[in-house]
Design a protein around this ligand. Structure first.
Ligand code: ADP
Ligand code: MG
Length: 224
C-alpha cells in the first residue's frame, strides 16, 4: 500500500476568505514508514491530512491509495474507505458524545465491520498503551484535550488501518507522554506496515520519522 498525492489543489473559504491552501502538491508516502509533514502554521499540513483521509475533496488532482483515486469515488465509497481503511488522530479527537473511552473504540471497530466483543481485550490493551488504562469508563466531557486525542489514537490503531493520519500528536501532552506516543506510532507503523503521515512541529517526531516532507518546498504562490 502506498499513498500518492498527484497535483492536488485545494481552495478553502469563499469571497474575502478564499485561500489557496494547496497548489499543485505532489508527494508520495511509503508503506511501513512514518512520514513527518513539517512546515509553519498555515502551510497546509492539516489540509493534506483532510484530503488524504477523504474528508475533503480537492478542487483538482488525485489521491491515490494504491490504485484507487479517493478523490474520484462517490460519497458512499469515500465513507466506506474512511471506516475501513483509514485511521485518524486529529486534535479535536472527533469522539462521540456520551460514549465511554472503551466504547469509542468498540463502536469504531463495529463500524469497520469487526465484532466488537472479539476486540474488547485489544481495546483495553491499546488504551493502556496510550496511558489511559485508568480512564476506560470516562466520557469525552470528563477527559482533557490530550486524553481525548490519545483515545482517538487508540481507536485508530484498533482497526489496523492501511493509512494512519495524525495531526500534531504531541502538542497537547507533556514531554514524557509525547515521547511514549511517538514510539507507539512508530512501532505500530513498522509492525503493521501502514502508511503513516504525521503533521508536526516537534523535532522529536521528525527525529523518529523515516521520511520528512517540508510544506515550504510546496508552498502555494502568494495570493492577493
Ligand atoms: P496548517 O495545518 O499547516 O497550520 P491548514 O491546512 O490548517 O495549515 O491551513 C492552510 C491554509 O488554509 C491556512 O492559511 C489557513 O488560514 C487556510 N484555511 C484553513 N481553513 C480555512 C477555511 N475554512 N477557509 C479559508 N481558509 C482556510
Ligand atoms: Mg494544522
Amino acid at each position: 500500500m502506498t499513498l500518492r498525492l498527484d497535483d492536488i489543489t485545494v481552495t478553502l473559504g469563499r469571497d474575502e476568505t478564499r485561500t489557496t491552501a494547496l497548489d499543485g502538491l505532489t508527494a508520495s508516502f511509503r508503506q511501513g514508514a512514518l512520514t513527518a509533514l513539517v512546515g509553519p502554521s498555515g502551510s497546509g499540513k492539516s489540509t493534506v491530512l483532510a484530503v488524504s483521509g477523504a474528508l475533503l475533496r480537492p478542487d483538482r488532482g488525485q489521491v491515490l491509495l494504491n490504485d484507487t483515486d479517493l478523490a474520484a469515488l462517490s460519497d458512499g465509497r469515500r465513507a466506506h474507505a474512511r471506516r475501513t481503511r483509514i485511521g485518524y488522530m486529529f486534535q479535536s479527537g472527533n469522539l462521540l458524545t456520551g460514549l465511554t473511552a472503551e466504547e469509542q473504540l468498540l463502536a469504531a471497530a463495529s463500524l469497520s465491520g469487526h465484532r466488537p466483543r472479539a476486540l474488547r481485550g485489544r481495546a483495553r490493551e491499546l488504551l493502556t498503551e496510550v496511558g489511559l488504562g485508568h480512564r476506560l469508563r470516562h466520557r469525552p466531557d470528563q477527559l482533557s484535550g490530550g486524553e481525548r486525542q490519545r483515545i482517538a489514537l487508540a481507536r485508530a490503531l484498533l482497526v489496523e488501518p492501511e493509512l494512519l493520519l495524525i495531526d500534531e500528536p504531541t502538542a497537547a501532552v507533556d514531554r514524557t507522554r509525547a515521547d511514549d506516543l511517538v514510539r507507539l506510532i512508530a512501532r505500530t507503523t513498522h509492525e503493521h506496515g501502514c502508511v503513516t503521515v504525521v503533521a508536526t512541529h516537534d523535532p522529536v517526531v521528525v527525529e523518529a520519522a523515516d521520511a520528512t516532507i517540508d510544506m515550504l518546498d510546496h508552498a502555494p504562490a502568494a495570493t492577493a
